[in-house]
Ligand binder design. Sequence first.
Ligand code: SF4
Length: 724
Amino acid sequence: MNKPSKPVVGGGAKKVLYALKTATRIGLDNTAKALTAKNACKACALGMGGQKGGMTNEAGEFPSVCNKSIQAQSTDIQPGIPPEVIDHRLSELRELDGHELEHLGRLAFPIHKAAGSDRYVPVDWDVALDLAAQRFAVTKPERSFFYSSGRSSNEAGFVLQLLARLYGTNNVNNCSYYCHQATGVGLNSTIGTGTATVEMEDLDRCDFILVIGANPSSNHPRFIHKLKGVRDRGGEVVIINPAKEPGLVRFALPKSVKSMVSGGDFIASDYLQPRIGSDLAVLKGLIKAVLDSRAEDTRFIADHTEGFEALRADIAATNWAEIEARTGLAQADIERVAGLYARAKSAVIAWGMGITHHLNGVDNVEYIANLCLVRGQIGRQGAGLLPLRGHSNVQGIGTIGVKPVLAAEVMARMEATLGVTLPREKGLDTMRGMEAAHRGEIDAALIMGGNLYEANPNSAFAEAAFARIGFKLFLTTTLNRGHIHGHDDSEALILPVTARDEEWQPTTQESMFNFVRLSDGGICRLKSVRPETEILCELARRLLPNSPVDFEAFKQHRTIREAIARIVPGLEDLADIDIAKREFHIRGRILHAPEFKTASGRGRFIVRNLPPAKEELLLTTVRSEGQFNSIIYERTDSYRGMDRMDVMMNAEDMAGLGLSEGDAVVVESEHGAMEGARVRVFDLARGSVMAYYPEANVLTGTAVDPRSRTPSFKATPVQVRKNA
Ligand code: SF4
């Protein structure tokens, strides 16, 4: 691997100091209480906590410092925003950036902005709920949409989608359309199931992990411990990423004094830096090298797969010259990594949004599955596929039906169980919903959690789309830019909700390992905030007074879980989880036998063409250390040593453009221009530009992968020029 020119280490003392600083700011008692209570971690989908308590995982491993978890707690533990702050005009609040808004405090009471007004005013709960119900009542259901982030519980998500469907629309969607939807589509087409095939313990059984297009040192911190574990067992960890991420090269594990004193452990045994957007060519190259060395698992292919000869022909027709030209990688480097993979007894392939955030994101995922199937690295313990999902319950929200098209079986069971008839029209996915809003075809939207405004590509488009939605109902814990921007003359109502550990009743969440946790809730920090289920059921009672569903009964989470257990296959154990306190893996998802849920029962090799080659500089947008999705906890990225308006480039590309370290630059795409940026040298593949999301969303476009409907946040052609 290329050794970094100077030592770059993730984790370590700065991580411990940061955690301590945050904990001190929010109070050590508060922090300890929040981190040790029996609730699922609020941050990433790796999944910690639940009934094992604190940051313990399902294998009982505890604890280590995890910045992400502490950051997520830090904003929830804040006191309420003083009413005099709310009293400012929107034009004044717009002077605050996302970090400042998040740190104003918790929203502690409902607030309403009338159409034409430039100010939110407090309203009481009954007025707010009546108003929300009245606005949806006068809206045609097909001119509305309902959205949930991955923060909400399974219980709230289920009520949200049921409310929307009984109201009359399938315009129900969630944040995965802007992250891992390509994974679900790609895995379903190849192995017949859309989520991870491994459980967490498989990471302790494997001797090889390949991580493609992800930066877990910042986004899934405790996954790094698993990578380190592979190295300790003598196994290999290969990273494929256009950027040489410091925390993936070397990481000082905060709970290991030895690791910290020695300056950190090497995580990657090999590191490939392909050009942005060349993932499919890289994957074809890896498969080609496996086949050229006759390392395919012929027995597995014959017994458990179909379509191999078509894949073999596709790979034979892809020559090394093209692979090298597309990827910027040498054949020998790809062959070396393929050799490590081919020698592994048990391999796990993990990936993030570097794979899915492309116009061919599904193709990329299908070729990850091809690479896995060709070596028979699936269908047994210690081997398989692991999409690194983002928010702590993003997978669960999809599982229980917050999506525009329900599986036929789920829809039939929902109708039979609840005695209802649901609409049949195909609902709008997230981007179609935003495009409809942009055309002025959405009159009312219910947005539960998240920051849909800033999660959108093409900020100017998002601002206009939001402003044209006549009435927006937000459910949130804190304020973000989506509550302040994109309103113009439209009306908005923001209702404050309980955080996960403040829920009045237990809730459930699903990790990226398909493990369902029970969170106790029960902490009271703010008196006037309400659980999302309480709000949604009250809205449903007002909006649908003659509904056959008793929404008053659905205020009891156990009633909701009993309904989900009858309706969603695999979730049967949800019915008594609060009594049995037995957390569980969703049935039929972990593949420890090669029994695929495709029509034939075999894994399917899929053949796709390389996308058109792009010669321009390509921009990828990334998250920083100190950031979770669109929430900015810290303005600087301590791992990369960058500020949020820094734009990172390869030194030779910069020299070719006459740019020097720290130059003020303008970055332009066909969608917009990013001003106020400075260019910085970073260890990046040639032809690549890296900038922070969401600041760089002014540059990204709304085009989507046709099969997953996921925008291309990671391969936007740009020009970079010195700011005169
Ligand atoms: S790795 Fe993810 S789930 Fe685990 S403690 Fe950190 S943020 Fe929470």
